[in-house]
Design a binder for this molecule. Structure first.
Ligand code: AMP
Length: 302
């Protein structure tokens, strides 16, 4: 089944207690697409970059079977740039810079060849652009998953709430779920967020795993306890890509299958944090992924 992913393709500068990077390739859509590509064949990207973005990085996406026909390259403009610094616990971070650059006037164009997509991943991006992508698809996809972050809640809450009415699944972290709902209890937050539109909600809790809410049920997935976490950047997007990629690969959106998708998403995210940027999730084998999923199931069997 084909999957359309929209989001940022970016440069990131990251500081963690273990080191620092100068402008490396990141962006929500980059992580989503790479992660999803391990589970489903037709992954189609809609995004924008400036002419400062390296062609080799685009070729790397293509090597993973990702179509970049919908990736706009703007001459004379700069790519989206984000800088962040993680605290010692690696679960929280400060955003040091968000430079929208090409994103400021991004007009997402959906190539004709992407129009039949059944699964839509609205990666972290301006809520209005996320909404525009839904409106520009001739047929509503079978499943629309949306990710967002506190940045958009701070500056575009009304637009975000409009977009939420149009999606099936929202994936956000615990702090964002609290900010969006105004509730401290995640169970109460989930009820309020369901009422805003999404029938399903995934709350990511970093090293404490993830919760899936929907159909009156709750599923809890652990995060794999890892000895070394180098860089959590992109873990949420990698999770989202694994989640929707798995659902698309199986072409099933039952709650039972969503539980498995949460585990596959968590498994991919556990690889992501082992190295800086996209390095680790660019080079995974099917055996690596299957072995990790077995570790997850061992963790919760009793
Ligand atoms: P995550 O760690 O999963 O929240 O994702 C981090 C990625 O999101 C980085 O690669 C950034 O380039 C990208 N990012 C950071 N801020 C934003 C934003 N406001 N909108 C869209 N993408 C962002």
């Amino acid at each position: 089944m084909s999957l359309l992913a929209v989001g940022t393709v970016a440069f990131d500068a990251i500081e963690t207690p273990f080191g620092k990077t100068d402008r490396i390739v990141g962006g929500a859509a980059t992580y989503v697409c790479l992660s999803a590509s391990y589970f489903t064949k037709n992954v189609n990207l809609v995004a924008v970059v400036g002419d400062d973005f390296p062609q080799e990085e685009i070729s790397d996406l293509n090597k993973h079977g990702i179509s970049t026909e919908g990736l706009q390259i703007k001459n004379g403009e700069k790519s989206f740039f984000w800088a962040g610094r993680y605290h010692n616990d690696m679960n929280s971070r400060d955003t040091l810079a968000t430079e929208l650059n090409v994103l400021a006037d991004f007009d997402p164009v959906i190539p004709e060849s992407y129009q039949d997509c059944q699964y839509l991943m609205l990666g972290n991006l301006t809520p209005i652009i996320q909404q525009t992508v839904i409106k520009r698809l001739k047929n509503r996809p079978k499943l629309i998953v949306m990710d967002t972050m506190n940045f958009w809640m701070d500056i575009a809450m009304d637009d975000l709430k409009e977009t939420l009415k149009m999606v099936d699944v929202l994936t956000i972290n615990d702090a964002e779920a609290r900010q969006l709902s105004g509730e401290f209890s995640l169970v109460k937050a989930a009820k309020k967020i369901h009422a805003m539109g999404p029938k399903y909600l995934v709350i990511k809790k970093g090293e404490h795993g993830a919760l899936l809410f929907g159909e009156g049920q709750i599923f809890s997935a652990p995060a794999l306890p890892l000895e070394d976490v180098f860089d959590p950047t992109g873990a949420g997007d990698t999770f989202a890509g694994g989640f929707i990629g798995y659902l698309a690969g199986q072409n099933s959106i039952s709650f039972e299958n969503m539980k498995k998708a949460v585990i596959y998403g968590s498994a991919l995210a556990s690889f992501c944090v082992e190295k800086f940027g996209t390095e680790r999730i660019k080079n995974l084998s099917e055996q690596d992924i299957n072995a990790r999923v077995i570790e997850f199931s061992k963790l919760v069997q009793f």
